[in-house]
Design a protein around this ligand. Sequence first.
Ligand SMILES: Cc1cc2nc3c(=O)[nH]c(=O)nc-3n(C[C@H](O)[C@H](O)[C@H](O)COP(=O)(O)OP(=O)(O)OC[C@H]3O[C@@H](n4cnc5c(N)ncnc54)[C@H](O)[C@@H]3O)c2cc1C
Length: 390
Amino acid sequence: MDREARIAVVGAGICGMTAALALARCGFKRISVFERSAALGEVGAGLTLSPNATRALIGLGLGDDLERDCDEPHTGLTRHWRSAAILTRSERGAAIRARYGAPYFQIHRADLLDMLVRAVARQPSIELHTAHALVGLESRGDATELAFANGARVLADAVLGCDGLKSAVCHALFGVTPAEFSGYIAWRGLVPQSVLARPLEPPAQLFIGIERMFMRYHVRHGSLVNVVAVARSDGWTDEGWMIPSTIEELRAQYDGWHEDIADTILHLPPAQCFKWAIHVRQALPRWQQGNVVVAGDAAHPMVPFMGMGAALGIEDGVVLARALATHGEVGSALVAFERARHERASFVQRESARRGLRLMSHDPDSFGRTQEVSEDSLGLFAYDAHAVAV
Ligand SMILES: Cc1cc2nc3c(=O)[nH]c(=O)nc-3n(C[C@H](O)[C@H](O)[C@H](O)COP(=O)(O)OP(=O)(O)OC[C@H]3O[C@@H](n4cnc5c(N)ncnc54)[C@H](O)[C@@H]3O)c2cc1C
């Protein structure tokens, strides 16, 4: 495609910022990112970056920043909710680097977004517009007009909808595609390692029990423990997705769990205790139409039990930019992007849902007795977004 084409990226989350950076590195000169929030930010929580994600980011020149800002666990454990018996062990660290040629990292989400924001700011071809909430799209000949809540209107030759689960771009393309409650509630938070009774060693541990799990891993060089607690629930009635919760409510969910879990809950900062109803959408049969496409959670939201949602958004950003750079015309580039990515994303959506059922079954005692099906065993780590055919 003509490198002077006007490309609009809607949403400055992990997917949108990766896409913008990848486009600039492919030589596109007129990239605009539109973000609805007045200030860029991520939730106060951690993120695992599997080798497929780090490989994609390293290819965008972020290798040194990742090495500086990330934690690298040497091992990941799955443990029994009450006894802490080790159910499965995953080699990480050097073993992952040797096998995949890219690291497995843990990072504070805000640090990853900051890293992307700094990299984007170094690219003169990218303009970032905050306080621009997309409200509509209209076809104008070969171009598309974007309408924003602040009254601004912008013409673009290609529109990339990286605007998350409740995507306005997805809505404009395919009509109402409501997000549905997945049946899982998550509590997320960060606890200073220094206040806990024991150091988290190894620095990535998942405790599993009946219809519940409790994940802890280090970020910020071991100074913080990221907590993701998930419980199955069929009784969600609240409208909001991020509801204030209490330490007491969380403690009641994990009554009788191992003392390390009780200690972690005790030290969660009460002011930051929120519960999230995890929502997903049915898989979309298509992601593109004309010169508009959706990517990241806007295209394929999933339950988080493989820790792959952001990783897939990062891969999308790289493959999307390569497709636009390779093909002469925007429509065929977006079809090629969808062809390259749809099967993988749909597969991970399905497998993430299955893994949730296995992790939170009614028989945690038998977990790991048969070969564990994980993101690693499924071969997801080997994917190279910079090399896949577009
Ligand atoms: C509990 C939990 C744990 C997880 N853990 C992991 C993990 O360890 N590893 C992993 O890879 N993934 C993980 N995920 C998944 C991951 O968080 C998401 O897949 C990822 O953040 C999606 O990124 P995105 O950029 O596609 O969307 P988002 O992060 O939702 O970003 C969308 C952006 O678009 C903006 N926007 C929305 N609407 C508009 C509009 N109308 N106009 C303009 N801008 C708009 C938003 O403000 C936002 O900035 C987890 C998810 C959950 C719920």
